[in-house]
Design a protein around this ligand. Structure first.
Ligand SMILES: [Mg+2]
Length: 382
């Protein structure tokens, strides 16, 4: 079997899909995207196509190693997201070839389902108590929300109080036995992260996420000293080599690699396994589309330390085009009592509605994240 074609589709709300075709009629889908840089990742995928066309799609590990190592420069969000989507599509082909879900080819599932969580509150969290209650009523057992809006290195206690009020409203609305993930979104710098982490403790969150930017991960030591809340991070880390020091340092409790950013199924399976050896849990990042989510679930299925899965149904980014719209078989992502079943169909386990993809690609998108500034005019982390 030989790869004959790589075709990309920029589709709303902010995704990039990839279809890889072969000379035997088998094809696979991938989602090579980093949010806000879809066109750049598309270009990177096209650069890799020079190498891939004519190659045997079954040699996934060799293609991964070649794409990673043979370009001399490596790593980072663009290259690793391009590799990720290609890797997903190759696994989809392999699974279809053997008529087995990808998880079956990686040793088989060690769980039947996984807990999922849902987003509430948007970029600027408001009315989160009501939103969280709606998710609880819809059967979810956990939500995630942004903790703060813009926050300066040293900011006011009024803003801390506002965060506390919001989390208190959520806890009151959903009761004690409900998971609350609080995403600091890299918006918070070390001095305020320490204060927030300590003040949030009474509300017993499931985790705090990206309490500081990943380039400041050494500051997690100080944050961990201030609180017993589990610390999560990793959506902006792209390979085993990025995660190596984080795991060695020992201040992280949950890693959140993104299956569409961190080298795909091949690399994330290895990252999850590294974390397991440090007794660290995994909650894969996935505010993206159905191919990314299917890829997450295939690796979750085979990973003992995967504890909960992010998913984007109803997320604020998806207005107009949502998670299930591109599927012929949306029932594969049916959430029951806050859990989703492992995918059992061949390949990634989802059937993409190609006709709809082509129609939506005519609309495309140019999604960029908002640019925020502090009151003094300086740039703020979003
Ligand atoms: Mg996050």
């Amino acid at each position: 079997m030989k790869i004959t074609k790589l075709e990309t589709f920029i589709v709303p709300p902010r995704w990039l899909f990839l279809k890889i075709e072969t000379d035997e009629g088998l094809f696979g889908w991938g989602e090579p995207v980093v949010e806000g840089r879809a066109a750049t990742v598309k270009a990177a995928v096209e650069e890799f196509s020079d190498y891939l066309i004519g190659k045997d799609p079954m040699r996934i590990e060799d293609h991964w190693q070649t794409m990673y190592r043979a370009g001399f420069y490596r790593g980072g969000p663009i290259t690793m997201s391009a590799i990720a989507g290609i890797d997903q599509a190759l696994w989809d082909i392999k699974g279809k070839y053997y008529n087995a879900p990808v998880s079956e080819l990686m040793g088989g599932a060690c769980r039947d389902s996984i807990r999922v969580y849902s987003w509430v509150g948007g970029d600027r969290p408001s009315d989160v108590g009501k939103a969280a209650k709606e998710k609880a009523d819809a059967g979810f057992t956990a939500i995630k929300m942004n903790g703060t809006e813009e926050l300066q290195y040293i900011d006011s206690y009024k803003k801390i109080d506002e965060v506390i009020e919001r989390i208190a409203a959520v806890r009151e609305a959903v009761g004690d036995d409900f998971g609350i993930g609080i995403d600091f979104h890299g918006r918070v710098h070390k001095p305020m992260a320490k204060i927030l982490a300590k003040e949030l403790e009474p509300f017993r969150p499931m985790f705090i996420e990206e309490p500081v930017l990943p380039e400041n991960n050494e500051a997690l030591r100080e944050v961990a000293r201030a609180t017993n809340i589990p610390i999560a991070t990793g959506e902006r880390m792209f390979s085993r080599w990025d995660f190596k020091k984080l795991l060695e340092d020992g201040y992280v409790d949950i890693i959140q690699p993104d299956l569409s950013h961190a080298g795909g199924i091949t690399e994330c399976k290895k990252i999850f396994a590294m974390a397991e050896a440090y007794d660290v849990a995994v909650a894969p990042h996935c505010p993206l589309g159905p191919i990314a989510l299917a890829s997450c679930l295939q690796v979750d299925a085979t990973s003992h330390n995967a504890v909960i899965q992010e998913q984007s149904l109803g997320i604020h980014y998806n207005q107009g085009s949502d998670l299930l719209d591109y599927l012929n078989d949306p029932q594969v992502f049916e959430y029951k009592d806050g859990y989703v079943d492992m995918l059992k169909k061949p390949g990634l386990g989802v059937s993409i509605n190609e006709e709809f993809v082509r129609k939506q690609a005519e609309i495309g998108h140019n999604w960029k994240n908002p640019v925020w500034r502090h009151k003094d005019g300086s740039i703020a982390e979003w």
